[in-house]
Structures are given as structure tokens and as C-alpha cells.
Design a protein around this ligand. Sequence first.
Ligand code: DAH
Length: 339
Amino acid sequence: MKEELELQALKEEALKSIEDESADMEEVRVRFLGKKGKLTSILRNMGSLSPEERPRIGQIANEVRASIEKMIQTRNETLKAKAMELRLKAEKIDVTMPGKAPAPGHLHPLARVQREMEDIFIGMGFSIAEGPDVELDYYNFQALNIPEGHPARDTQDTFYISDKVLLRSQTSPVQVRVMEKQKPPIRIISPGRVYRSDALDATHSPLFHQMEGLVVDKGITMGDLKGMLETFAKRMFGDSTRIRFRPHHFPFTEPSAEVDVSCFVCGGCGCRVCKNEGWIEILGAGMVHPFVLSNCGIDPEEYSGFAFGMGIERVAMTRYGIDDIRLFTENDVRFLNQF
Ligand code: DAH
């Protein structure tokens, strides 16, 4: 039977096509089983068959169609499984691989030193007071016995918002703000930013930090100031640290002094950190001027006090042997990571 052979041949041809690696199954289906496909064109000749042959050939044709369909389906399933396998391999997650831990940050060296300083003073009974960065001329200068035209204004030239409003050049105005509000006994520190119109170099910056200190009570003496500063210096820089008072002048203290600490690197015999001086200046201090006390409504006959102001950058640079103040604000992680 010609049709029977043709159908057998068709089945084999289809099988070959289906097994072809590069074959597209949908294209194969259309080519063999579609309306204009090969199977249909064989069946079109069925009319020429005898009535006895017709059902037999018809049955064979149905079997061929079914088996081609089945082969395509099986092939499709295999292809799908293969694709899934490839995808699973490609997208595999190794849960045992070490993760990328986000590096936790840490305090900036200045913040760290500031907190250490605060802790030391809090341990001595001080509390923390704050004042504004944008300050009135009155608090920054006048109330501190620095009237207009006073030469001390030149050494603390700052940025003016208006005639009477400026960026504070020191933390000392907080002394006045505290004394105006609070009656003795007073024992405060006040850390914060200060500004000066200085050009930026290794030791100067238009923005830096100070920590002010103020103690006012009955019978406060320079001895109290000295003892307190010595305790601070030993806690901050180590037990063998000594301090030295040099006479100085500040308009808001009388007497006044600049205070040095012995170099913690060389112990006082001279090295690179202390520039061979053996001593490093860290603050200004003195007995609060009677004029300042009465300016704030505190009777200088009844009360006395001491005050000091230290540079936080200076303390941090001394503590860590940092020789350039610009490093604090450049945000270079190679520097910051060392702390
Ligand atoms: N305010 C001064 C400055 O910036 C430092 C200072 C000196 C503060 C003596 C004080 C003090 O409280 O008593 O140079």
C-alpha cells in the first residue's frame, strides 16, 4: 500500500526532525501536522482509496499523528527540563560563601577626644552647657571685657553676619550666658565650634573646636584651677604628665595664664611632636575678672571663679601626634581608619 509506506516514511522523517538538536518544535509540528502539513497532504489522497482500505489507512494515519504529537511533547518536556537545569546551575547561590559585611563606622577622632574630655570633667562634677554658634557681639566680646576697639578683637577676627551678630570666635560667651541664668555654685564645661577668619594651614583653621570651663563659687582660688587642670592632664595624657602655667593676658580673667602640658611622647626632653620644647600649649585660663562677674549679676565680693578654654584639635593632635589640623576635615579614610 503506497499510503501506508508514505505514512511510515513520514513518521521516520518526523522523528529525525524532532531529534535534531537545533530544531524548533513548533516549526516541526506545523510542518508535519499543520493544516498545510505533510500528513494532511497524504490524507488528501484518501479519496482514491477503496472503501475497505480507507478505515485502515485512516487508523494508521491517526496513529502516526498521535505518535508524532507524543514525540514532540516528550521532546518539549526534555528541552524544558534541560533549560531549567541550566538555569538552576547558573543561578545557584552558595549559602556557605562568606558574606560581604558592611564595615561599621566609628567616631571621628575629634568627637572621640571630645567625649573623653567630657567624661573626665563630668567625673569631676562638671555638667555640659551649650551656646549658639551664631552669637551676639555682646556675649562674644563686650560682656567679656573686650569693648569695641580693644586689640583682643584683632587677634580673634571672625565672620560677621551683621554689626552686632557674628560667628563666635571662642566658647567663652557661654560663660556669660550660663552666669546670667544660673546662680553659683557653677561648674560647667562647654564644648563646641568656634570660627576665626584665619587662612587654612597646618596649625590654623577658620573653623575649630574649643572646650570652655567655668567654676564659680565662694572661695574659689587659682589653686583649685591648678589642681583641676593637673588632674585633667594626667587623665587625658597619662599619669606622668606635668603642667606648667605661664603668665599671660586675657581681658576676661585676672590673673591669666597659658597652660602647657609636658610632652607625652618625650616626657619633656624634646622631640618632633613638641618641636623640641618639651611642653605643648593646650589652653588659656585664669580667675574670672570681677568685671565679668558683675556684668552677669554675680557679686565679685561674695564669689570668685576660674575659667579656662582649650582647643580640642590641639588636645587631639597632642594626644595622637597629628601634625596637620587639615587632616581632621579632609575626610581621608586612610587617616580616619587609624583611630
Ligand atoms: N577664649 C580664649 C581664646 O580663645 C581662651 C580662654 C582663655 C578661655 C582664658 C578662658 C580663659 O575661659 O579663662 O583664646
